[in-house]
Design a protein around this ligand. Structure first.
Ligand code: ADP
Length: 373
Protein backbone atom coordinates (compact mmCIF):
# COMPACT_ATOMS: atom_id res chain seq x y z
CA UNK A 1 0.00 0.00 0.00
CA UNK A 2 1.30 3.47 -0.83
CA UNK A 3 2.32 5.26 2.34
CA UNK A 4 0.47 8.44 1.44
CA UNK A 5 -2.56 6.98 -0.30
CA UNK A 6 -5.86 7.99 1.19
CA UNK A 7 -7.44 4.65 1.95
CA UNK A 8 -10.87 4.10 0.51
CA UNK A 9 -13.54 3.50 3.11
CA UNK A 10 -15.19 1.01 0.76
CA UNK A 11 -15.19 -2.62 1.75
CA UNK A 12 -12.59 -4.57 -0.19
CA UNK A 13 -15.29 -6.95 -1.26
CA UNK A 14 -18.98 -6.13 -1.22
CA UNK A 15 -22.30 -7.82 -0.65
CA UNK A 16 -23.60 -9.37 2.54
CA UNK A 17 -26.48 -11.77 2.40
CA UNK A 18 -28.50 -10.68 5.42
CA UNK A 19 -26.81 -13.07 7.85
CA UNK A 20 -26.56 -11.46 11.29
CA UNK A 21 -22.95 -10.97 12.27
CA UNK A 22 -21.79 -11.33 15.82
CA UNK A 23 -18.10 -11.84 15.16
CA UNK A 24 -15.40 -9.53 13.94
CA UNK A 25 -12.01 -11.08 13.22
CA UNK A 26 -8.66 -9.38 12.64
CA UNK A 27 -6.18 -11.91 11.26
CA UNK A 28 -2.73 -10.39 11.80
CA UNK A 29 0.81 -11.53 11.07
CA UNK A 30 1.26 -12.84 14.62
CA UNK A 31 -2.10 -12.90 16.37
CA UNK A 32 -5.70 -13.38 15.31
CA UNK A 33 -8.03 -11.23 17.35
CA UNK A 34 -11.76 -11.92 17.63
CA UNK A 35 -14.57 -9.85 19.09
CA UNK A 36 -17.74 -11.78 19.84
CA UNK A 37 -20.99 -9.93 20.49
CA UNK A 38 -23.22 -12.01 22.76
CA UNK A 39 -26.67 -10.65 22.05
CA UNK A 40 -29.16 -10.77 24.89
CA UNK A 41 -32.06 -10.83 22.42
CA UNK A 42 -33.28 -14.28 21.44
CA UNK A 43 -33.90 -15.10 17.78
CA UNK A 44 -37.42 -16.16 16.69
CA UNK A 45 -35.89 -18.79 14.48
CA UNK A 46 -35.33 -21.91 16.64
CA UNK A 47 -32.56 -23.28 14.46
CA UNK A 48 -30.74 -19.92 14.54
CA UNK A 49 -31.23 -19.66 18.29
CA UNK A 50 -29.77 -23.15 18.85
CA UNK A 51 -26.73 -22.25 16.76
CA UNK A 52 -26.28 -18.96 18.63
CA UNK A 53 -26.55 -20.78 21.96
CA UNK A 54 -23.88 -23.24 20.80
CA UNK A 55 -21.44 -20.36 20.16
CA UNK A 56 -22.36 -18.61 23.42
CA UNK A 57 -21.74 -21.78 25.42
CA UNK A 58 -18.46 -22.52 23.70
CA UNK A 59 -17.00 -19.03 24.11
CA UNK A 60 -17.97 -18.79 27.77
CA UNK A 61 -16.97 -22.35 28.65
CA UNK A 62 -13.33 -21.35 29.16
CA UNK A 63 -10.76 -18.57 29.02
CA UNK A 64 -8.29 -20.87 27.23
CA UNK A 65 -8.88 -22.70 23.94
CA UNK A 66 -6.34 -25.10 22.41
CA UNK A 67 -2.64 -24.31 22.86
CA UNK A 68 -2.63 -20.55 22.19
CA UNK A 69 -6.25 -19.38 22.28
CA UNK A 70 -7.40 -17.16 25.13
CA UNK A 71 -10.29 -14.96 26.14
CA UNK A 72 -9.37 -11.68 27.82
CA UNK A 73 -12.13 -11.92 30.41
CA UNK A 74 -11.03 -8.70 32.15
CA UNK A 75 -11.72 -6.75 28.96
CA UNK A 76 -15.34 -7.94 28.54
CA UNK A 77 -17.83 -5.04 28.09
CA UNK A 78 -21.44 -5.46 29.17
CA UNK A 79 -24.60 -3.59 28.09
CA UNK A 80 -23.54 -2.58 24.61
CA UNK A 81 -26.04 -1.80 21.87
CA UNK A 82 -24.90 -2.84 18.42
CA UNK A 83 -27.24 -3.12 15.44
CA UNK A 84 -30.24 -2.43 17.69
CA UNK A 85 -29.42 -5.34 19.95
CA UNK A 86 -28.05 -5.25 23.43
CA UNK A 87 -25.41 -7.60 24.69
CA UNK A 88 -21.89 -8.24 25.91
CA UNK A 89 -18.64 -7.90 23.96
CA UNK A 90 -16.06 -10.66 24.47
CA UNK A 91 -12.42 -10.41 23.37
CA UNK A 92 -10.44 -13.44 22.19
CA UNK A 93 -7.10 -14.11 20.52
CA UNK A 94 -4.87 -16.92 19.32
CA UNK A 95 -1.64 -17.32 17.32
CA UNK A 96 -2.28 -16.95 13.60
CA UNK A 97 0.15 -19.85 13.09
CA UNK A 98 -2.57 -22.05 14.66
CA UNK A 99 -5.21 -21.15 12.06
CA UNK A 100 -5.71 -24.80 11.02
CA UNK A 101 -6.37 -25.80 14.64
CA UNK A 102 -8.78 -22.89 15.04
CA UNK A 103 -10.76 -23.90 11.95
CA UNK A 104 -10.89 -27.49 13.26
CA UNK A 105 -12.31 -26.26 16.59
CA UNK A 106 -14.99 -24.24 14.76
CA UNK A 107 -15.83 -27.17 12.54
CA UNK A 108 -15.73 -29.89 15.26
CA UNK A 109 -17.98 -27.84 17.54
CA UNK A 110 -20.29 -26.86 14.66
CA UNK A 111 -19.88 -23.20 15.56
CA UNK A 112 -20.43 -22.21 11.92
CA UNK A 113 -23.93 -23.72 11.74
CA UNK A 114 -26.42 -21.17 10.37
CA UNK A 115 -23.55 -18.79 9.51
CA UNK A 116 -23.07 -17.74 5.90
CA UNK A 117 -20.57 -14.94 6.36
CA UNK A 118 -17.73 -13.92 8.67
CA UNK A 119 -16.56 -10.29 8.84
CA UNK A 120 -12.79 -10.17 8.76
CA UNK A 121 -9.92 -7.75 8.43
CA UNK A 122 -6.11 -7.89 8.49
CA UNK A 123 -3.83 -9.46 5.90
CA UNK A 124 -4.99 -12.92 6.95
CA UNK A 125 -8.51 -12.17 5.76
CA UNK A 126 -7.01 -12.29 2.27
CA UNK A 127 -4.45 -15.04 2.93
CA UNK A 128 -6.86 -17.47 4.60
CA UNK A 129 -10.02 -16.65 2.65
CA UNK A 130 -9.93 -19.74 0.49
CA UNK A 131 -9.10 -22.02 3.42
CA UNK A 132 -12.04 -20.63 5.45
CA UNK A 133 -14.34 -21.00 2.44
CA UNK A 134 -13.30 -24.60 1.93
CA UNK A 135 -13.25 -25.73 5.54
CA UNK A 136 -16.36 -23.98 6.84
CA UNK A 137 -18.30 -23.18 3.66
CA UNK A 138 -18.76 -19.59 4.75
CA UNK A 139 -17.95 -16.40 2.91
CA UNK A 140 -15.23 -14.06 4.19
CA UNK A 141 -16.51 -10.49 4.08
CA UNK A 142 -13.28 -8.47 3.97
CA UNK A 143 -12.89 -4.96 5.34
CA UNK A 144 -9.92 -2.65 5.03
CA UNK A 145 -7.72 -2.99 8.13
CA UNK A 146 -6.80 0.66 8.63
CA UNK A 147 -10.42 1.75 8.49
CA UNK A 148 -11.43 -1.06 10.85
CA UNK A 149 -8.73 0.08 13.28
CA UNK A 150 -10.07 3.63 13.27
CA UNK A 151 -13.73 2.53 13.46
CA UNK A 152 -12.94 0.26 16.38
CA UNK A 153 -11.13 3.10 18.15
CA UNK A 154 -14.02 5.50 17.54
CA UNK A 155 -16.37 2.99 19.15
CA UNK A 156 -14.22 1.96 22.09
CA UNK A 157 -12.87 5.32 23.25
CA UNK A 158 -16.28 6.12 24.77
CA UNK A 159 -15.92 3.30 27.30
CA UNK A 160 -15.23 4.59 30.81
CA UNK A 161 -11.53 4.35 31.65
CA UNK A 162 -10.62 3.20 28.12
CA UNK A 163 -8.15 5.97 27.26
CA UNK A 164 -5.26 6.83 29.53
CA UNK A 165 -1.92 8.53 29.52
CA UNK A 166 1.13 8.29 31.78
CA UNK A 167 2.22 10.98 34.23
CA UNK A 168 5.10 11.35 36.72
CA UNK A 169 7.36 9.55 34.28
CA UNK A 170 11.01 8.81 34.96
CA UNK A 171 13.64 9.48 32.25
CA UNK A 172 14.75 5.84 32.60
CA UNK A 173 11.34 4.77 31.30
CA UNK A 174 10.68 3.02 34.60
CA UNK A 175 7.74 4.04 36.75
CA UNK A 176 4.90 6.48 36.19
CA UNK A 177 1.20 6.71 36.92
CA UNK A 178 -1.75 5.94 34.66
CA UNK A 179 -4.20 8.80 34.28
CA UNK A 180 -7.54 8.45 32.49
CA UNK A 181 -8.02 10.99 29.68
CA UNK A 182 -11.06 12.09 27.69
CA UNK A 183 -10.00 11.61 24.10
CA UNK A 184 -13.41 12.35 22.62
CA UNK A 185 -13.65 16.04 23.55
CA UNK A 186 -11.90 17.40 20.43
CA UNK A 187 -10.15 14.43 18.96
CA UNK A 188 -9.26 15.56 15.39
CA UNK A 189 -6.70 15.65 14.00
CA UNK A 190 -4.81 12.83 15.65
CA UNK A 191 -2.25 10.20 14.77
CA UNK A 192 -2.73 6.53 15.53
CA UNK A 193 0.37 4.37 15.82
CA UNK A 194 -0.50 0.70 15.59
CA UNK A 195 2.32 -1.45 16.94
CA UNK A 196 1.65 -5.00 15.87
CA UNK A 197 4.19 -7.33 14.24
CA UNK A 198 5.24 -4.22 12.30
CA UNK A 199 4.15 -0.61 12.72
CA UNK A 200 1.58 1.42 10.78
CA UNK A 201 1.01 5.12 11.41
CA UNK A 202 -2.14 6.89 10.28
CA UNK A 203 -3.27 10.49 10.31
CA UNK A 204 -6.98 10.81 11.10
CA UNK A 205 -8.45 14.19 10.19
CA UNK A 206 -12.11 13.24 10.56
CA UNK A 207 -14.16 10.08 10.87
CA UNK A 208 -13.75 9.30 7.16
CA UNK A 209 -10.39 10.88 6.40
CA UNK A 210 -7.72 8.33 7.21
CA UNK A 211 -4.29 8.53 5.62
CA UNK A 212 -1.37 6.18 6.14
CA UNK A 213 1.55 8.53 6.72
CA UNK A 214 4.27 6.12 7.72
CA UNK A 215 5.32 2.92 9.31
CA UNK A 216 8.24 0.72 10.25
CA UNK A 217 9.21 -2.91 9.83
CA UNK A 218 10.76 -2.69 13.30
CA UNK A 219 7.82 -3.56 15.55
CA UNK A 220 6.50 -6.13 18.01
CA UNK A 221 7.62 -9.01 15.79
CA UNK A 222 11.15 -7.60 15.79
CA UNK A 223 11.08 -7.54 19.59
CA UNK A 224 10.00 -11.18 19.91
CA UNK A 225 12.21 -12.32 17.02
CA UNK A 226 15.41 -10.69 18.27
CA UNK A 227 14.71 -11.68 21.89
CA UNK A 228 14.29 -15.31 20.81
CA UNK A 229 17.60 -15.19 18.93
CA UNK A 230 19.54 -13.44 21.69
CA UNK A 231 18.06 -15.03 24.81
CA UNK A 232 16.41 -18.27 23.70
CA UNK A 233 13.06 -17.17 25.12
CA UNK A 234 9.96 -18.74 23.61
CA UNK A 235 7.17 -16.23 24.00
CA UNK A 236 6.29 -12.56 24.18
CA UNK A 237 5.45 -12.94 27.88
CA UNK A 238 8.89 -14.45 28.59
CA UNK A 239 10.63 -11.71 26.63
CA UNK A 240 8.77 -9.00 28.57
CA UNK A 241 9.55 -10.70 31.88
CA UNK A 242 13.25 -10.80 31.01
CA UNK A 243 13.26 -7.18 29.84
CA UNK A 244 11.65 -6.08 33.11
CA UNK A 245 14.68 -7.43 34.98
CA UNK A 246 17.29 -6.15 32.52
CA UNK A 247 19.48 -3.07 32.15
CA UNK A 248 20.01 -1.86 28.59
CA UNK A 249 22.84 0.47 29.63
CA UNK A 250 25.05 -2.66 29.92
CA UNK A 251 24.45 -3.28 26.22
CA UNK A 252 23.96 0.14 24.60
CA UNK A 253 26.56 2.88 24.21
CA UNK A 254 25.32 6.01 25.99
CA UNK A 255 26.12 9.68 25.40
CA UNK A 256 28.21 9.66 28.59
CA UNK A 257 30.22 6.66 27.34
CA UNK A 258 31.31 8.90 24.47
CA UNK A 259 31.32 12.42 26.03
CA UNK A 260 32.07 11.44 29.60
CA UNK A 261 28.88 13.29 30.63
CA UNK A 262 25.98 15.26 29.11
CA UNK A 263 26.04 16.74 25.60
CA UNK A 264 24.62 20.01 26.89
CA UNK A 265 24.64 22.00 23.67
CA UNK A 266 21.87 19.85 22.18
CA UNK A 267 20.09 18.92 25.39
CA UNK A 268 21.25 15.29 25.40
CA UNK A 269 21.76 13.92 28.90
CA UNK A 270 24.58 11.48 29.50
CA UNK A 271 22.08 8.63 29.92
CA UNK A 272 20.63 9.04 26.41
CA UNK A 273 21.29 6.01 24.21
CA UNK A 274 23.77 7.13 21.55
CA UNK A 275 24.11 3.72 19.92
CA UNK A 276 21.83 0.75 20.50
CA UNK A 277 23.87 -2.41 21.21
CA UNK A 278 26.97 -0.20 20.78
CA UNK A 279 28.87 -1.80 23.68
CA UNK A 280 28.56 -5.33 22.32
CA UNK A 281 31.71 -5.13 20.20
CA UNK A 282 33.66 -5.08 23.46
CA UNK A 283 34.29 -8.75 24.47
CA UNK A 284 34.38 -7.89 28.18
CA UNK A 285 31.04 -6.08 28.13
CA UNK A 286 29.57 -8.79 25.93
CA UNK A 287 30.53 -11.41 28.51
CA UNK A 288 28.91 -9.35 31.27
CA UNK A 289 25.59 -8.70 29.49
CA UNK A 290 22.86 -11.01 30.77
CA UNK A 291 19.88 -12.34 28.80
CA UNK A 292 17.71 -9.87 30.69
CA UNK A 293 20.00 -6.97 29.68
CA UNK A 294 19.81 -8.06 26.03
CA UNK A 295 16.00 -8.33 26.14
CA UNK A 296 15.75 -4.85 27.66
CA UNK A 297 18.10 -3.46 25.01
CA UNK A 298 15.91 -4.92 22.25
CA UNK A 299 12.81 -3.41 23.86
CA UNK A 300 14.48 0.00 24.16
CA UNK A 301 15.78 -0.13 20.57
CA UNK A 302 12.38 -1.03 19.11
CA UNK A 303 10.45 1.41 21.29
CA UNK A 304 12.81 4.37 20.82
CA UNK A 305 12.73 3.89 17.07
CA UNK A 306 8.93 4.00 17.06
CA UNK A 307 8.98 7.03 19.37
CA UNK A 308 11.39 8.87 17.04
CA UNK A 309 9.33 8.21 13.91
CA UNK A 310 6.13 9.19 15.73
CA UNK A 311 7.62 12.45 16.97
CA UNK A 312 8.75 13.44 13.47
CA UNK A 313 5.35 12.65 11.97
CA UNK A 314 3.46 14.47 14.73
CA UNK A 315 5.59 17.54 14.05
CA UNK A 316 5.34 17.28 10.25
CA UNK A 317 1.55 17.04 10.36
CA UNK A 318 1.18 19.48 13.26
CA UNK A 319 -0.72 17.01 15.38
CA UNK A 320 -0.84 17.17 19.16
CA UNK A 321 -2.59 13.90 20.01
CA UNK A 322 -1.10 10.48 19.41
CA UNK A 323 -2.97 7.25 20.12
CA UNK A 324 -0.97 4.05 20.47
CA UNK A 325 -2.58 0.68 19.74
CA UNK A 326 -1.51 -2.89 18.95
CA UNK A 327 -0.59 -5.92 21.02
CA UNK A 328 3.08 -4.96 21.40
CA UNK A 329 1.80 -2.77 24.22
CA UNK A 330 -0.12 -5.59 25.96
CA UNK A 331 1.24 -5.92 29.52
CA UNK A 332 4.14 -3.75 28.39
CA UNK A 333 4.18 -0.75 30.71
CA UNK A 334 7.87 -0.18 29.98
CA UNK A 335 7.27 0.62 26.31
CA UNK A 336 4.17 2.71 27.02
CA UNK A 337 6.09 4.76 29.57
CA UNK A 338 9.07 5.19 27.25
CA UNK A 339 6.85 6.36 24.39
CA UNK A 340 4.92 8.75 26.62
CA UNK A 341 8.12 10.12 28.15
CA UNK A 342 9.85 10.60 24.79
CA UNK A 343 6.90 12.48 23.25
CA UNK A 344 6.41 14.58 26.38
CA UNK A 345 10.11 15.43 26.64
CA UNK A 346 10.75 16.28 22.99
CA UNK A 347 7.50 18.25 22.54
CA UNK A 348 7.82 20.09 25.87
CA UNK A 349 4.50 18.46 26.86
CA UNK A 350 2.73 19.76 23.72
CA UNK A 351 1.94 16.24 22.49
CA UNK A 352 -0.44 14.04 24.47
CA UNK A 353 0.15 10.28 24.25
CA UNK A 354 -3.00 8.19 24.61
CA UNK A 355 -3.09 4.46 25.34
CA UNK A 356 -5.99 2.02 25.33
CA UNK A 357 -7.22 -0.77 27.59
CA UNK A 358 -8.33 -2.76 24.51
CA UNK A 359 -5.11 -1.88 22.66
CA UNK A 360 -5.06 -4.97 20.44
CA UNK A 361 -8.74 -5.26 19.56
CA UNK A 362 -9.63 -2.10 17.61
CA UNK A 363 -9.35 -3.82 14.21
CA UNK A 364 -11.54 -6.80 15.12
CA UNK A 365 -14.09 -4.53 16.79
CA UNK A 366 -14.07 -2.31 13.70
CA UNK A 367 -14.83 -5.32 11.47
CA UNK A 368 -17.79 -6.21 13.70
CA UNK A 369 -19.34 -2.76 13.94
CA UNK A 370 -18.68 -1.76 10.33
CA UNK A 371 -21.21 -4.38 9.34
CA UNK A 372 -23.58 -4.10 12.26
CA UNK A 373 -23.98 -0.34 12.30
P1 ADP B 1 -0.50 -8.42 14.20
O1 ADP B 1 -1.86 -7.95 13.74
O2 ADP B 1 0.60 -8.05 13.28
O3 ADP B 1 -0.50 -9.85 14.60
P2 ADP B 1 -0.76 -7.45 16.97
O4 ADP B 1 -1.31 -6.09 17.22
O5 ADP B 1 -1.62 -8.59 17.30
O6 ADP B 1 -0.20 -7.51 15.49
O7 ADP B 1 0.60 -7.51 17.78
C1 ADP B 1 1.52 -8.58 17.62
C2 ADP B 1 2.68 -8.33 18.59
O8 ADP B 1 2.17 -8.30 19.92
C3 ADP B 1 3.71 -9.42 18.60
O9 ADP B 1 4.70 -9.20 17.61
C4 ADP B 1 4.27 -9.33 20.01
O10 ADP B 1 5.27 -8.33 20.09
C5 ADP B 1 3.10 -8.85 20.83
N1 ADP B 1 2.35 -9.87 21.60
C6 ADP B 1 1.55 -9.58 22.66
N2 ADP B 1 0.97 -10.69 23.14
C7 ADP B 1 1.40 -11.72 22.40
C8 ADP B 1 1.16 -13.13 22.39
N3 ADP B 1 0.33 -13.71 23.29
N4 ADP B 1 1.75 -13.89 21.45
C9 ADP B 1 2.58 -13.34 20.54
N5 ADP B 1 2.86 -12.02 20.49
C10 ADP B 1 2.29 -11.20 21.40
Amino acid sequence: MSETAVVSSEKLNGGLDGDEQWFGIDIGGTLTKGVYFESHCASDDHEQEAAIEQIRKFVKSSVKYGSTGMRDEHLEIKDQTIGQRTGTLHFLKFSTSRMDGFLNIISDNRLHDCRNVVCATGGGAVKFEQKINEKLAIKVEKYDELHCLVSGLHYIHHQPGECFTWTNLQPSGKGGDKEVVDFGASMYPYIIVNIGSGVSIMLVKSENEVQRIGGSSIGGGTFTGLCSLLTGCNSFAEAIELAEQGDNTKVDKLVKDIYGGDYDKFGLTGDTVACSFGSMMDPEKRAQATKADLAKAVLVTVTNNIGGITKMLAYSFEVRKVVFSGNYLTNNNMSMQMLAYALQYWSHSAILSIFLRHEGYCGALGALIKHCS
